[in-house]
Design a protein around this ligand. Structure first.
Ligand SMILES: [Zn+2]
Length: 308
């Protein structure tokens, strides 16, 4: 048995995985917002709850987290949950748990999970995207994630939204927590979608409510989703021009919007430098819980857990 933890901006999900496929147990708790010490405590409590429930300890723990572990400092960088940044998350958790843990960027965990037995299984190149509290990406080549010299491979969420439309007030774009304006994340995260709708309509709705309103025939909500799709198409066209993946797989809460998979590929042709586009846009086969499976599989099936 192995434990996978997905440390997200709004929820922390934990599973116990037996063998390669069987999820014995799944728990979701709210992420303590903006509080690093409370986040550590919540992760540790979740792990011990899972271990108590299955009656086994210590289990191997794999953790997916936003941002990356800087190779230079071994501290978190680039996390949209900004309380994690410049913190030695791995060291601190290992000290509290008394064992070695494995960690990877959350989009890379999604990528590994979908390469294992999901939407990206068997393809040579894929790009995995999290559309959630933040926006991140991971690059898969032959089933392996690319980490990169700075551990930021695939992190295009803080590139600027390309081919901006001034008529949609995309210049300079909203201010991002990273200090710049108009980052892809400021448009394509859950908050980005809600803020865009708020600016256009003065209605405060979250992503789910916007989708429900659009389905019920609300033309303003439909226009918000159309803008979202156009922006996603442009952002992904940039990736396709660079990486030319066979598959782009979407995870995170906003990946549940079914119309994205029909509309975005119909829009992205305009910006892709090819007369025919074979790249497929697919939802994560394991839904928004895909990342946590990838996190559990950071350890091999028969892992012995080294003490920290
Ligand atoms: Zn940014």
């Amino acid at each position: 048995m192995r434990i996978g933890i997905d440390l997200g901006g709004t929820k922390i999900e934990g599973i116990v995985l037996r063998g390669e496929q069987a999820v014995l147990l799944r728990q979701r708790i709210a992420t303590p917002t903006g509080d690093y010490e409370a986040t550590l405590a919540a992760v540790v409590a979740l792990i011990s709850e899972l271990e108590n429930a299955v009656g086994a300890s210590p289990l191997a723990v794999g953790l997916g987290h936003p941002g990356s572990l800087s190779p230079a400092t071994q501290k978190i960088q680039n996390a949209n949950s900004t309380c994690l940044n410049a913190r030695a998350l791995g060291e601190d958790l290992q000290a509290l748990l008394g064992r070695e843990i494995r960690m990877a960027n959350d989009a890379n965990c999604l990528a590994l999970s979908e390469a294992f037995d999901g939407a990206a299984a068997g393809v040579a190149t894929a790009f995995a995207v999290i559309l959630g509290t933040g926006v991140g990406g991971g690059i898969l080549v032959n089933g392996q994630t690319i980490i990169g010299a700075n551990a930021i491979a695939g992190e295009w969420g803080h590139n600027p939204l390309p081919w901006v439309r001034p008529e949609w007030d995309e210049v300079p774009g909203p201010r991002c927590w990273c200090g710049r304006h108009g980052c892809i994340e400021t448009w394509l995260s859950g908050v980005g979608l809600a803020q865009d709708h708020l600016r256009a309509t003065h209605q405060a709705l979250n992503g789910e409510q916007i989708v429900a309103a659009a389905e019920a025939g609300d033309s303003a909500a439909q226009a918000t989703l159309a803008r979202f799709e156009d922006r996603l198409a442009r952002a992904l066209a940039h990736v396709i021009n660079l990486l030319d993946p066979a598959v782009i797989v979407l995870g995170g809460g906003l990946s549940r919007i079914a119309r994205l998979y029909r509309h975005v590929p119909a829009l992205w042709d305009d910006w892709i430098f090819s007369n025919r586009v074979a790249t497929r846009l697919l939802p994560a086969q394991h839904g928004d819980s895909s990342g946590v499976l990838g996190a559990a599989r950071l350890w091999p099936e028969s892992a012995q857990v080294p003490h920290a």
